[in-house]
Each structure stands twice: as C-alpha cells, then as structure tokens.
Write a protein that binds this ligand. Structure first.
Ligand SMILES: Cc1ncc(COP(=O)(O)O)c(C=O)c1O
Length: 454
C-alpha cells in the first residue's frame, strides 16, 4: 500500500508539472525532460516496491523462539519404554506388553511432545508472534503443556477449561504460568475462539490443528529428531534388537497422537497394526468405522447423547459440533486398523488393577491397557493373526499419572455419585475382580463379565 501511494503521488506530480510548465517547450527538449522525469518516477516506484513483511525484531524473536524450542527438544530426550514383567502378567506368557511412559516428560503427560510440535508449527508459520496471546480449549493436559511451552517462548497463555476440571490439572496449568478460564464443559471451544478474537490473540485449536502440527516437525536427522512417538518407540525397540510391535494401542482425544502414529506406520510401510481404544459412549468408534456423525450436532436426530463423566481427556462427546476432520478433530480414520471399545466402569476398575501392579497411570492409560489385555486374550485363544504358540507384542501409551485422578476415579464417593448410572463401586469391584483374574490366569474378562453390566 505504501509503495502504491508513492507511485500515485509521483505520477500526479508529473502531470501537474507538465501542464503548468512544459507546454511551450521545444518538442525534443520536452521528450528528453519527459524521459528523465519518468525515469525518476520509476526509480521512486522501484525503490518502494520492496518492503519487509516482518520487522527485523520479529524475525529475531522468531529465530530465538525456534531455537528455544529445539533446545527443549534436546532436553526432552526419549521417554522410557518398558516391558511389563512376566511376573506382573503371569496369565499371558506369550505376550510382550510395552508401556511408553509419557508421564516422564516435563509437564508429565503425552501432551508435552505434541504441544512442542503445535507451538513450533504456530511460531514458524507466524501465527504466534512476540506479542500474541494464545488461547485454547483443553481438558487439562494440553493446557499444562501449552502453559509450559508458551512461558518458554515468553507469550501469554489462557486455558479455557471445564468448570468441574480436576484440581490436580488446574494446579498443573497454573504451575507452568497459564491463566485459567473456566466455563461449562460444552462451551470450551466456542469461548476459546471468542476470547482469542476479542483480544486479537490466537486460538490455537488443538483439536483442529493437531493434524498439521504432529506431522510438521518430522525432520529426521540433523540432530533435530522428530517427536513422533512411534519414531521413538521404533528407535528404542531397535536399540535392543526387538522387532516392531504387532500392535500399537491408543485412545483419542484430539486424535493427533494416534493419527500421527498411523501416518508414520503407513508412510514407512511398517507392519504394526494401529488400534483405537475408545470409551463406552464416545462417538469416535462409529466415526472411525462408518464415518458417522460428520454432519449432526448434539441434540439432533441420529446422534446419541453424551453420558458424563466418560473417560478423562479422550473420546468424542462434550463437543456439540459434528465430527469434522481438521476442524473439530484431528483423528484420521484411514490410518486406523481396528477399533475396540470398553465399558467405562471396566476402565476405571483397570486403573486400580494397574496401580496394584505398580503402574500408576490415569484413566486413558487404563483404557489402553484394557484393550491391550483384550488383544492378549484374542491371541491366547488362538484368534489372532499371530498363532498362540508364537510371541506377540504390543505397545500402549501411559498418557498421564494416576495422581491427577485422586479426587475423581480413585475416589469411591465420586464413583458412587458420578457413575451411579453404571452401578457405582459395586460394578467397579465386579470388573476389578475379572480384570485381576485375567492378569493372573489369562481368563477372558469380557466373556465372563456379563454379571458386571448392572
Ligand atoms: C491422558 C490423555 N490420554 C490420551 C489423550 C488423547 O490423545 P490425543 O489428544 O493425542 O488423541 C489425551 C488428550 O488430551 C490425554 O490427556
């Protein structure tokens, strides 16, 4: 705009000069002078064509922020991958079950690596600048990692959270410098977008943008390793001369993690099968299998109601909008091989069974474990592609620590009150006995558990 204005004022100056001073001149003299003036005008125009889009200070800020993020990547290293000992799982001697322990990261959840990628994406593409305030809708874990990464690069961050979010997760967000903005749970996305708009900030929208961010940073070598969780798992197994696992099992919140794994596996023709572990009332199961709910909002015919509280951080239920890839979800259906869903109460019971094995994970970890246990049963019963006489392996993610849920799923009163429709503690204990028996003796907890479905 600036250079266009300059051009216009130069040309009007020329016509003004011509009409007032040059009309009586000798033709040749006039044309000589004219060419000189036009050359002057063009020079003036050209000298203003090139304007820098980003100020020197902003470029320096971006370079510095990117450097801080890569330094952080260096510090992150690899989170531990460990195998559940045979003595912990005597019922399944032919199965190697590995846990990728994401709770060992600085913000203690699987979101640390994801948010690193999300912020790197936003900084690199100029969506976050030195003075940008960042807003997101979160069920807590993304929020604490976003607070961490935003304070690392020195920008403000506001987490739009459910007004009943666990105290433990609120504390994490505050601990890393985030501001809390509680709203009714189904308003989170809408409010985060509005706040960003009204304050000229950036709504980073983890649900819509995980897809770009998770892939974005895959740079392989040059000392700058991707944070793709499967790349890390494959590297770690390779270091101990172990093959790729038969199954990778994970649940979906944004869908970013499992989709990034699915795309990685597909891109490098790895034989591992990707299994989505879904919760009882989540819509993802039908979305992945049949592409359902892509055009119906909550309350409209054809879409079941969400049943609270569900399994924290995962499943599609609270968002009243249709499931739209790269908008309300980053779950890419086409890179998932199998979907398994488990009753919510069985998942909550599995948290306690896992804790008894000294594996202290949150609710999504328990769901991942339960689906892994189910796959181990299918194998033991001779119904898997790998014969029961051959070893089979699987990896699942420990997404966050059990201590985030002391006031909810680990609290008997909470279970009796908030999961009364599922039978409260009575049903929980029924499931727990079945799951413990499966772990110890290899029994089929699903087949024998109809009595728990009260
Ligand atoms: C504990 C936990 N597990 C699993 C997930 C799901 O991961 P993703 O959002 O990458 O699908 C989340 C998401 O917030 C989470 O907090």
């Amino acid at each position: 705009l600036h250079s266009t204005c300059q051009t216009l004022s130069s040309s009007s100056f020329i016509s003004h000069f011509l009409s007032n001073h040059l009309l009586g001149f000798h033709f040749e003299m006039r044309s000589l002078l004219l060419s000189f003036l036009f050359a002057l005008a063009i020079t003036a125009t050209v000298s203003n064509i090139s304007n820098e889009v980003m100020s020197k200070e902003e470029k320096e800020w971006r370079d510095h922020a990117v450097k801080l993020l890569w330094d952080e990547r260096g510090k992150m290293g690899h989170t531990p991958l460990y195998r559940i000992e045979g003595a912990q799982m005597p019922g399944f001697p032919m199965v190697d079950m590995y846990i990728k322990n994401e709770t060992a990261s600085k913000s203690e959840t699987l979101k640390h690596r994801f948010v690193w990628a999300l912020i790197l994406w936003a900084v690199t593409e100029g969506k976050i600048k030195s003075n940008t305030s960042v807003y997101d809708s979160t069920s807590g874990n993304t929020g604490s990692s976003e607070a961490y990464m935003c304070s690392l690069i020195g920008v403000n961050y506001t987490a739009v959270i459910a007004d009943n979010l666990e105290e433990e997760k609120r504390d994490q967000i505050k601990r890393f410098g985030g501001i809390l903005y509680p709203v009714p749970v189904d308003q989170r996305n809408k409010v985060a977008a509005e706040l960003a708009y009204n304050n000229s900030g950036f709504f980073i929208n983890q649900f819509g943008n995980a897809d770009s961010a998770e892939e974005y940073h895959e740079s392989g070598g040059y000392g700058m390793e991707t944070t793709n969780v499967f790349h890390e798992i494959a590297t770690q197994l390779n270091e101990t001369s172990k093959p790729h696992p038969n199954y990778f099992i994970h649940s979906a919140g944004t869908g970013g993690t499992i989709s990034s794994v699915g795309k990685y596996i597909s891109r490098y023709s790895i034989q591992t099968k990707v299994v989505l572990a879904d919760s009882q009332y989540s819509l993802f199961y039908d979305y992945v299998l049949n592409n359902n709910y892509t055009n119906v909002s909550a309350g409209q015919a054809g879409r079941p109601d969400w049943v609270k509280p569900g399994i924290a951080g995962i499943g599609y239920g609270y968002n009243p909008d249709p499931i739209i890839f790269q908008n309300t979800t980053s779950l890419l259906r086409t890179v998932i091989d199998e979907v398994v869903r488990m009753p919510d109460m069985a998942t909550v019971a599995a948290m306690r069974s896992l804790r008894a094995l000294n594996i202290d994970g949150g609710a999504s970890t328990a769901l991942n474990f339960l689906v892994s246990l189910y796959k181990a049963i299918v194998h033991a019963e001779g119904n898997d592609k790998t014969p029961e006489t051959e070893r089979m392996s699987m990896v699942f993610i420990m997404g966050d620590p059990g201590r985030f849920y002391e006031s909810t799923y680990y609290n008997d009163t909470y279970v009796d009150h908030n999961m009364a429709h599922l039978g409260g503690m009575k049903t929980l204990n029924c499931w727990k006995a079945k799951i413990d028996d499966a772990i110890a003796n290899g029994t089929n907890f699903i087949k024998n558990a109809t009595a728990c479905n009260i």
